[in-house]
Design a protein around this ligand. Structure first.
Ligand SMILES: Cc1cc2nc3c(=O)[nH]c(=O)nc-3n(C[C@H](O)[C@H](O)[C@H](O)COP(=O)(O)OP(=O)(O)OC[C@H]3O[C@@H](n4cnc5c(N)ncnc54)[C@H](O)[C@@H]3O)c2cc1C
Length: 386
């Protein structure tokens, strides 16, 4: 489905092996015990997949958004928590790679490509909620030429496991929250406090915890953007990679739901009629609808990811729409799977209830489905995004 080169195909194959062996067997514990999938992330690191999209000069695999989508889709079919941790890592890595202000950037990228550094996004704040483009926290200039900041970050995936957070704040003296800046915080920096564990409805292994920054020092060479250029990096770099990744995660959930439903309909029988669930036309129609929505969403994402390699003025719209289509498909398809498989889906044996819960997270992650519709509508009618 996703157009990739030979090296990309072989990386996707490695990921499929990791996903169907270790990741799939750990997924139930990851979900039931809200356990961070440490061994899965270690396997991805060992296979070089933490540097999938980084250039070869820093040891990366130099792969495209299409390869990223295919890798995430493989992971999500086995464990959506693992897929989301990986998406946050790659989106953050792209921000670091795009930075022209970060000191010793290539040394950090080399560590990432070598599988020695996991990173993540810390955009959402208690005060800005889902409107991540408008941070409430602010950098203040300090006497040593650097900065200091305090913030209440409301959701940080991999909070206790990532080595660093790509974080956002208003620039010193900002006249509007859009005058922002991105910076990198070490998880172990003084003043970083991880508030509590994560006990959510879905993506339970994500460790998406609130994190407080209390007078954390931000040396000038830890800025990822110029002062005032944060929103640009969020929207032009992080948003496209995040959108492709979360769309691919949603598509992986859809594929897993189609496969589990098809298997259950074929295998489950009514003894007195000597028939199977698949002999009921209503259930076959539900499965057909599930497959249609899944493949429509995958086709749009494949088109979008390919367009990102040679972008034109339509590409940002496709990016937004492919995420919107995928998160809608995932909620619809997993809902249909629950209905098609009945009580068997309601229990844990088929794994469908986990797909159903995991699929709901994509919808509320920012930009949410509401934001995406608003952005697309504004763009189509010639209004500015904000
Ligand atoms: C599992 C999970 C992992 C996450 N990981 C991270 C992470 O690693 N890093 C990070 O930065 N964030 C992360 N988030 C946070 C996420 O991106 C959102 O910021 C968060 O889910 C918003 O929740 P809220 O209750 O503050 O939403 P609210 O902002 O209170 O939204 C409530 C409702 O209002 C709607 N709404 C809000 N604004 C508008 C608008 N302008 N127009 C129309 N409708 C609107 C929303 O769509 C939503 O339906 C994560 C969230 C989840 C669920």
């Amino acid at each position: 489905m996703y157009r990739v080169n030979e090296a990309g195909s072989s990386l996707i194959e490695s990921c499929r092996e990791i996903a169907t062996n270790g990741v799939a067997s750990a997924a139930i514990d990851v979900d039931t015990q809200a356990q961070f999938p440490e061994s899965a992330i270690r396997s991805l690191a060992d296979a070089g997949l933490l540097g999938l999209t980084l250039p070869a000069e820093v040891g990366g695999k130099g792969q495209t958004p299409s390869a990223f989508a295919a890798v995430v889709e493989e992971l999500a079919q086995s464990c959506a928590s693992t897929a989301m941790i990986y998406v946050m890592h790659i989106a953050s890595t792209q921000a670091i790679a795009a930075s022209s202000t970060f000191g010793n950037r290539d040394a950090l990228l080399t560590d990432i490509a070598a599988g020695q550094h996991l990173t993540t996004l810390a955009f959402s704040e208690r005060g800005s909620r889902s409107q991540f483009w408008a941070p409430v926290s602010r950098l203040e200039e300090s006497a040593d030429g650097g900065f200091v900041t305090s913030a209440q970050k409301s959701w940080v995936t991999s909070a206790s496991y990532a080595d660093s957070y790509v974080s956002s704040a208003q620039m010193p003296g900002a006249a509007s929250p859009l005058e922002s800046v991105l910076y990198l915080v070490d998880r172990k920096a003084e003043g970083v406090q991880i508030e509590s564990g994560f006990d959510g409805l879905g993506l339970r292994g994500n460790d998406s915890s609130p994190v407080t920054l209390d007078n954390v020092n931000v040396p000038a060479n830890r800025l990822l953007t110029e002062l005032g250029a944060g929103a640009g990096m969020m929207l032009e770099v992080v948003l496209p990679w995040f959108s492709v990744g979360t769309a691919a995660m949603a598509n992986g959930l859809c594929r897993a739901a189609v496969s589990a439903t098809a298997g259950h309909l074929a295998a489950s029988r009514f003894v007195h009629q000597d028939s199977a669930l698949r002999d009921l036309p209503t259930l076959r129609a539900r499965l057909a609808e599930m497959s249609l929505q899944t493949e429509q969403s995958r086709a749009l994402l494949a088109h979008t990811a390919a367009a990102m390699e040679q972008p034109d003025e339509q590409t940002p719209l496709f990016v937004l729409q492919s995420r919107l289509a995928a998160i809608q498909a995932a909620t619809d398809v997993t809902d249909l799977a629950m209905k098609a498989c009945g009580g068997a889906a309601f229990s844990k044996q088929l794994g469908i209830e986990r797909l159903f819960r995991d699929a709901r997270a994509g919808w509320v992650m920012a930009p949410t489905a509401d934001h995406l519709k608003e952005f697309v509508g504004r763009a189509l009618t010639g209004l500015p995004l904000f």
